[in-house]
Design a protein around this ligand. Structure first.
Ligand code: ADP
Ligand code: MG
Length: 683
């Protein structure tokens, strides 16, 4: 057994290293490198450049390598089943890129003749020539590829010499950690230990060897530690014993019967899963996941109803006042009058607020709707039994845990999200929760027809809108969202608003980043009430709100959005019985790659499939802006390419949960890889 506290060296300050003065520390901190462990994942540019510049003549057959070449000539055979080929060269030799199933236009775009291009893939040899089949990463900017290799350029001010000195010191002192993985897991990685893996990772000749055991093991460590933390949080929450709720199924049946639609099988299944949790003696901590329009609201309201009938209070929170109010109105419509329903917002007037606070404390109110105002300190419940949170993808793990703690002992928690993401990501982001999924859409719903149009054909779009408006339908018009420049967004939306106003007098309203919250709610309410026909907006129209009468959405400069975002936007329409249409507008002709992506959208109505396909094309970091939403960034692991590692981690976690294994041996792993704020609670 090694020294158990060995790992602490890795968490120590950078100044512990020789030759690292305060100036260097400062530069590294700016790059978010705060301790020795952080440094392990940063390989400087120049350090990798040497291995990148491996010339064609030095390529090793059978290995994944990266090389910079200049494309010379295209061969697009007209005979079916023959692959497309691009012959490339550098100063030392020739290399062919072979493509199966790729469009000519796409190939021409990614491998323009005469330009230096950096590519990566498994090196093969055919007829005395090197070749890469379906190269993995292709980029004109070789630094992009290096990012894939997880290499970063260090900030100016640190010379390669200093950096190499730092790294070799670390490698020299690298502690030998007690192995945390089981023998069975290690077998998957040829039994390579953590220490050895890090050393391999830092060997220049190993850059880009994603498939090698050291790389896979290190990626697995990351995934596994995330899953383990999730699992421990869930266990901890479940440990809390609570008063079981007793469900009045008679009342539930009666309410379901009164609805003007039949619940889908998935809605019923989810409701059942929630009911099981409510009646169990451990706390519920569940995520209800379903695509836009899949009907999550009614499932959550039925759970609220059951909880109230069991003698408890329920709090339902939505991100915006208008969405909270829409849920509130629906509850008032479908629940019997003897249930007391309240609404609270930041804007409620003082007297009303006091009144509501009192009625929550004395349990006169059974069910309260509101924004985050619900969870202010001064809000106290007499007997809170269930918290429901709608559309809060921005809640991170630790926020969710706090939420569950806040509700008190008898309080169950249900979160809802429409963010359709592939399973590997769901496991990563929401692995601390149990999961109910609604896949099936309500049956009568018609698919939204999706078209693309060039911007200069706007007259055709106007003609189409005129027709729809004459049928009393409503239209969303979304203007380009250009993150770098709020100003441009703003003015382009205003321009479009002015333009449309002339064609449709008194029928157009505008929402943009500068609209105050109050005005915004006013405008959205008016739109809901069909008091005007076209809503021009820059920001993404509030998630979750149901606009049953809107059936057309125009999205300008659609290539500024990711596919999942486009799908979410499109989901604002198509709720009613009418045909609905989504028109994606583009400034110029689409590249083959963009066409491919848009076709995914046109052909699919399922957000899960769309996001999965999008991830395959664009990589996972980009979709849905998860980088901003607090998801921990993996250093090496990638939910698409390492799908097998995610599944392996899931299996291992299940085994550990079942065998009730002591997890203290994972302490170094969690301490090194995970979020300091919640781990103290766990190990
Ligand atoms: P989301 O899952 O996006 O929150 P909502 O709960 O807002 O979706 O539901 C969208 C619309 O579908 C609402 O108008 C709702 O009344 C309706 N709806 C829900 N369930 C069904 C169903 N089983 N059959 C028909 N319509 C339904
Ligand atoms: Mg919703």
């Amino acid at each position: 057994m090694g020294n158990k506290s060995n790992y602490k060296f890795l968490l120590s300050d950078l100044s512990a290293l020789k030759g690292v003065g305060s100036k260097t520390v400062k530069i590294l901190k700016k790059k978010n490198i705060n301790n020795i462990f952080d440094l392990l994942w940063k390989l400087p540019k120049s350090y990798t450049d040497r291995s990148l510049s491996s010339e064609i003549k030095d390529l090793r057959i059978g290995e994944n390598q990266t090389v910079t070449v200049i494309p010379q000539k295209y061969y697009f055979p007209r005979i079916r089943n023959l692959p497309n080929r691009v012959s490339c060269r550098d100063n030392s030799g020739e290399l062919d890129c072979i493509f199966f199933n790729s469009y000519e236009g796409y190939i021409k775009k990614i491998l323009p003749l005469g330009k230096e291009i950096t590519i990566s893939g498994k090196i093969g040899r055919f007829k005395n020539k090197y070749q890469i089949t379906n190269p993995k990463y292709i980029s004109e900017d070789s630094s992009l590829i290096k990012q894939k290799h997880n290499t970063y350029s260090l900030t100016e001010g640190i010379s390669e010499k200093i950096y190499n000195n730092i790294i070799s010191q670390i490698i020299e002192k690298l502690p030998i950690l007690d192995e945390w993985h089981s023998k069975d897991i290690l077998k998957n990685f040829d039994n390579i230990c953590w220490n050895e893996s890090i050393k391999e990772l830092h060997k220049p000749e190993n850059i880009g060897n994603f498939e090698k055991n050291f790389y896979q093991r290190l990626a697995f460590d990351e995934i596994f530690s995330t899953f383990l933390v999730n699992s421990e949080i869930r266990k901890k929450i479940k440990k809390n014993k609570k008063k079981k709720k007793i469900i009045n199924f008679e009342k539930q049946r009666f309410l379901i019967k009164k609805l003007d639609f039949l619940l889908t099988n998935d809605q019923l299944k989810s409701l059942n899963e929630i009911n099981n949790d409510l009646t169990s003696s451990s706390k519920m901590f569940r995520l209800l996941q379903g695509d836009v329009g899949s009907g999550k609201t009614i499932v959550s309201l039925l759970s609220a109803y059951n909880t109230v009938n069991s003698g408890f209070q329920v709090a339902i929170m939505a991100p915006t006042e208008i969405l909270a109010r829409q849920h509130f109105n629906l509850a008032k419509k479908i629940f019997p009058k003897d249930i007391c329903i309240g609404f609270i917002s930041g804007k409620s007037i003082y007297k009303d607020k006091i009144n509501i606070l009192n009625n929550l404390t004395n349990h006169k109110i059974d069910l309260i709707f509101g924004t985050h105002a619900i969870f202010q300190k001064k809000v106290n419940f007499k007997k809170l039994g269930l918290i429901i949170i709608d559309e809060q993808h921005k809640f991170g793990v630790s926020q969710r845990k706090k939420l569950s703690d806040k509700g008190g002992n008898d309080c169950d928690v249900l979160l809802m999200t429409a963010t359709p993401i592939p399973r590997t990501l769901t496991m990563t982001i929401y692995g601390d929760m149990d999961l109910s999924i609604i896949n099936e859409k309500p049956s009568l719903r018609k698919p939204i027809k999706t078209y693309s149009k060039l911007e200069n054909k706007i007259d055709e779009v106007i003609k189409f809108i005129k027709k729809e408006i004459s049928l009393d339908n409503q239209v969303f018009w979304v203007c380009p969202l250009i993150e770098e420049s709020k100003k441009i967004d703003h003015s382009s939306a205003i321009k479009k608003f002015e333009y449309l106003k002339k064609i449709f007098p008194n029928q157009v309203s505008l929402l943009h980043g500068k609209t105050t919250q109050e005005e915004k709610e006013q405008i959205l309410n008016n739109f809901l009430d069909n008091r005007f026909k076209i809503l021009v907006s820059t920001t993404i129209i509030e998630v979750g709100i149901d606009f049953p009468n809107a059936n057309v959405i125009i999205i300008e400069n659609a290539n500024k959005f990711g596919l999942s975002q486009l799908h979410q936007l499109r989901g604002r329409v198509g709720r009613g019985k009418k045909d609905s249409t989504c028109i994606l507008m583009f400034k110029s002709n689409l590249s083959e790659n963009a066409k491919k992506r848009i076709n995914i959208l046109k052909k699919n109505n399922d957000g899960f499939i769309i996001s999965e396909e999008d991830m395959k094309i664009r990589g996972f970091g980009d979709i849905l802006g998860f980088k901003q939403s607090g998801i921990k960034n993996f250093k090496l692991a990638d939910p698409i390419h390492n799908n097998d590692l995610f599944l392996l981690a899931e299996k291992e976690i299940k085994r550990i949960e079942k065998s009730k294994e002591d997890i203290s041996k994972f302490k170094p792993l969690i301490k090194l890889y995970d979020r300091a704020d919640i781990i103290n609670d766990i190990v």
